[in-house]
Design a protein around this ligand. Sequence first.
Ligand SMILES: NC(=O)c1ccc[n+]([C@@H]2O[C@H](COP(=O)([O-])OP(=O)(O)OC[C@H]3O[C@@H](n4cnc5c(N)ncnc54)[C@H](OP(=O)(O)O)[C@@H]3O)[C@@H](O)[C@H]2O)c1
Length: 218
Amino acid sequence: MKILLFGATGSAGGSVLRACLASPAVEEVRAVARRPLPLTHGKLRVFVHDDFLDYARVADAFAGVDACLFCLGISATQVSGEAEYRRITHDFALAAARALRVRSPEAAFHFISGQGTNVSSRFMWARVKGEAERDLIAEVGAVCWRPAAIDGVPSQSEPRLFKVLRPLYRGLSPFRNLYIKGEDLGRAMLLAAAENMRGRIVENAEIRDLADRAGGRV
Ligand SMILES: NC(=O)c1ccc[n+]([C@@H]2O[C@H](COP(=O)([O-])OP(=O)(O)OC[C@H]3O[C@@H](n4cnc5c(N)ncnc54)[C@H](OP(=O)(O)O)[C@@H]3O)[C@@H](O)[C@H]2O)c1
């Protein structure tokens, strides 16, 4: 598979990248990021880009891929308000999904939202993520992933609290609805891409089931 990846410099996306690079089913990963990645690999091509609402200058990255794994996102604690959160969470993802539809019409779009996402929530982050899920499923039949605590690679951009909490996450690992290893999230996404899953929401326990089923196959 050829995979287009967003958020590769982040904790979730960095883990998904590692799963992609380790996978025998992935021949190429194209990462669109606003800064260079901390690693190089024979299967990896990096497209440094600065406008996540307009991908015209990196259109080649979108051509001839099998799936896009959209792991770009931000905590609501790191933005100035709803407008900025919506731009990054909803608008960036919709713009990428539309560019994918033009350049790789058969490809699947996979979006990481998060556990608790709910279009009717009184919490702004959950509502905006819910709107992103709703619009992505309606427009491109996206698969929307709702991980709980992701035990991912450390990242420069994540909130400091997440760094502090990460070792504590591991105590949650027996609970299949509360914890996921970052690379297992990547393996689950790759299995779903290989099996051409479309148009639905995947909660944490199912992510773990998919990762178990993926084993070393993807
Ligand atoms: N970590 C968890 O436990 C967890 C659980 C459930 C859901 N999620 C969701 O997963 C997604 C990723 O989270 P994470 O923990 O990986 O966060 P992270 O470590 O902060 O990574 C965020 C990624 O998004 C990119 N990004 C953020 N704002 C951007 C902007 N304005 N323009 C371009 N790129 C931008 C970052 O790029 P730079 O490196 O250039 O900043 C980075 O690649 C989020 O939507 C989050 O809500 C995370």
